[in-house]
Design a protein around this ligand. Structure first.
Ligand SMILES: NC(=O)c1ccc[n+]([C@@H]2O[C@H](COP(=O)([O-])OP(=O)(O)OC[C@H]3O[C@@H](n4cnc5c(N)ncnc54)[C@H](O)[C@@H]3O)[C@@H](O)[C@H]2O)c1
Length: 300
């Protein structure tokens, strides 16, 4: 039985739960929130829809024992509208509050964290909930990488699907575009493509502009992130394997950071090590330092 639990059910949590139910990807959903009414309301909303139905368990942490994946979408959105780091104290407190429920439930699945600040909070979850690093990952720079593909594709007038390569580092802060990894139809962008020479500084501005546009939507772009979360959940629920830029514990940098990693049903597998330009290597070190500083502040 495919079981997914979701903690935090207002914006991202609702979008994800509806997508999971409507696309018949799960047999059982476990809804958890600090507010009973939010969980009850969402279950009632799903129950009355004509979409495929799955079993819904409300506010029962013991149901985590049978969960394949626990998705973390906790947040304090109204604070986050002022400053995304204004949520930090509340999110840290939430992770600490859920520690005993998760550890005492006998949960043996994988945690997928969507909440912010993504890399540092994923690290805190792994430590607080005492889970092996292979079983805890975050969405990291998966949407930033998608936007990188989008702007490169637009610049060379090719389809987005023709672009590969990674945006790594820290989702909310030190984004590191790995230009050495970017290819269009397999060709490096160091040479003109389709008659276009690329200005990487401008492309990075374009990526940030795309993100800003999405953040102005009423739900802060929850569809983009939840669609990518579905891509990760598909692998975690099946016997597949894929490499994606997600927040994982990277031993080389000794912290959680966004890095290309293999994802399998068991969680995080091998890393894909891109060949880095010296400047990219230096930028990843800066990102790692910033993430470690955030994690230390959270632990304090
Ligand atoms: N990575 C991205 O691209 C991206 C995009 C959007 C949002 N986010 C992040 O995802 C998180 C969720 O965002 P949102 O817009 O859905 O937030 P939201 O405020 O709309 O919803 C958060 C939910 O978490 C619940 N919650 C808070 N503390 C809790 C606790 N201690 N126990 C149980 N439930 C608790 C709230 O009751 C609420 O239902 C935030 O951290 C946000 O910054 C990330």
């Amino acid at each position: 039985m495919r079981t997914i639990a979701v903690i935090g059910l207002t914006n991202l949590g609702v979008t994800l739960a509806r997508l999971l139910a409507a696309t018949n990807r799960v047999d059982r959903l476990v809804f958890l929130d600090q507010d009973d009414q939010i969980a009850v309301g969402l279950a009632a909303d799903l129950a009355a829809s004509p979409a495929p139905h799955c079993e819904v368990v409300i506010q029962d942490p013991a149901a985590l024992k049978a969960a394949d994946v626990l998705v973390v979408t906790i947040g304090q959105r109204f604070l986050g509208q002022l400053d995304s780091f204004a949520q930090l104290a509340g999110n840290v407190q939430a992770i600490q509050e859920w520690r005993s429920a998760v550890t005492e439930s006998g949960f043996s699945g994988v945690v997928l964290n969507l909440a912010t600040p993504n890399e540092a909070l994923t690290g805190l979850i792994q430590q607080e909930w005492q889970l092996p690093v292979q079983r805890v990952l975050g969405t990291g720079t998966i949407t930033d990488t998608a936007r990188l593909h989008q702007v490169v594709a637009a610049a060379v007038e090719q389809p987005t699907s023709s672009v590969t390569g990674y945006m790594l580092g820290q989702h909310d802060g030190n984004l590191v575009p790995i230009w050495s990894s970017v290819r269009v139809n397999g060709r490096s962008i160091e040479e003109p493509i389709n008659g276009h020479s690329l200005d990487t500084a401008k492309l990075l501005v374009d990526v940030r502009e795309e993100e800003y546009r999405v953040l102005t939507t009423v739900d802060k772009g929850s569809y983009t992130l939840c669609s990518w979360a579905l891509a990760i959940l598909d692998v975690l629920l099946q016997n597949g394997s894929t490499v994606l830029p997600v927040a994982v514990y990277q031993p080389q940098y000794q912290c959680y950071m966004s890095f290309p990693a293999q994802i399998t049903r068991a969680g995080v597998g091998q890393f894909w090590l891109p060949r880095l330009y010296p400047v990219e290597e230096a930028q990843l070190k800066v990102a790692a330092t910033a993430i470690k500083t955030q994690l230390t502040a959270m632990q304090g």
